[in-house]
Write a protein that binds this ligand. Structure first.
Ligand SMILES: Nc1ncnc2c1ncn2[C@@H]1O[C@H](COP(=O)(O)OP(=O)(O)OP(=O)(O)O)[C@@H](O)[C@H]1O
Length: 265
């Protein structure tokens, strides 16, 4: 049920493995740290990694009188999570479904989860633009504010695929909040110096070319890798890191936009 959701943020990527789930979880955790009521919906049916990233793998969802009850990360119920991962009996189980079954599962996720009132619902999507994305778009029409964050890595091949995501957003009419370049250089945990392993700046150039905001570069940081699996927020655990700065700024942008209520993001 999305009736009481103020804003939906879709996290999209052209390729798999670029850090979309890391961005989704860190965004959700940062919003929670800043005092918002947040939902995180993982619709990556074939590779649900959110339960692992938030250390919730042993949790199950329950059916309540008003719908599925999300799994909460905290006693105050500030961050609720829903993922197909909670419905599989083991992490090694595979979802082998044809399109219609996937579509109906996603519809259920969007219609039958009892989120209660949410400031933000972050949706972690599968890579590319598939049936799952079209179903989500069709079901988001009732949400007053909805926008997309595109995640890429600096390599040219990943950037090329982000162009397709931009076209998808424009065709389906979803405003693009901007691009995040993840794995942009390697941040040394001891001296904080950043070395460009692949390359960097491709995401920024694409953002300039496509006339969409660039939301920042998140370096490869082994400490951020370690936060995965523990459900810890970079803004709390690594406040001086570049990752923390990118997510703090992102949440500040969202708050500014929502306070001005011009809905431009
Ligand atoms: N900035 C980073 N620094 C260090 N490790 C990272 C960073 N971003 C992502 N990772 C690690 O890279 C791996 C892949 O990240 P993640 O699962 O977020 O990617 P994804 O795009 O969601 O993948 P998939 O398409 O398979 O769902 C994870 O092990 C994650 O911890």
């Amino acid at each position: 049920m999305l009736d009481d959701v103020k804003r939906v943020i879709l996290v999209l990527s052209g390729k798999g493995g670029v850090g979309k789930s890391t961005v989704s979880t860190q965004l959700a955790l940062t919003l929670k740290e800043r005092g918002y009521k947040v939902g995180l919906l993982d619709i990556d049916l074939c590779g649900p990694s959110v339960p692992y990233l938030l250390n919730l793998e042993d949790q199950n969802v329950h059916q309540g009188p008003q719908g599925w009850v999300p799994v909460y990360t905290d006693a105050d119920q500030k961050l609720g999570v829903m993922s197909i991962g909670f419905l599989l009996s083991s992490r090694n189980d595979a979802v082998v479904w044809r399109g219609p079954k996937k579509t109906s599962m996603i519809k259920q996720f969007l219609e039958d989860v009892y989120w209660q009132e949410l400031d933000y619902l972050v949706i972690d999507t599968p890579p590319g633009t598939s049936d799952e994305h079209i179903t989500v778009m069709e079901n988001l029409r009732q949400v007053p504010q909805c926008s997309a964050i595109l995640v890429t890595t600096p390599q040219q091949v990943a950037i090329e695929d982000v162009r397709k995501e931009i076209t998808f957003c424009r065709k389906t009419g979803i405003p693009i909040m901007g691009i995040i370049e993840n794995m942009s250089g390697f941040e040394c945990p001891t001296c904080s110096e950043c070395t460009n392993i692949f390359s960097s700046g491709g995401g920024k150039s694409l953002a300039e070319y496509a006339k969409i905001p660039f939301l920042g570069s998140v370096p490869i940081d082994p400490r951020v890798g370690k936060l995965a699996g523990q459900g810890l927020a970079a803004v709390k655990e690594l406040p001086e890191s570049n990752t923390s700065k990118v997510f703090s700024e992102l949440v500040r942008l969202l708050a500014d936009n929502d306070n001005n209520s011009n809905g431009s993001l």
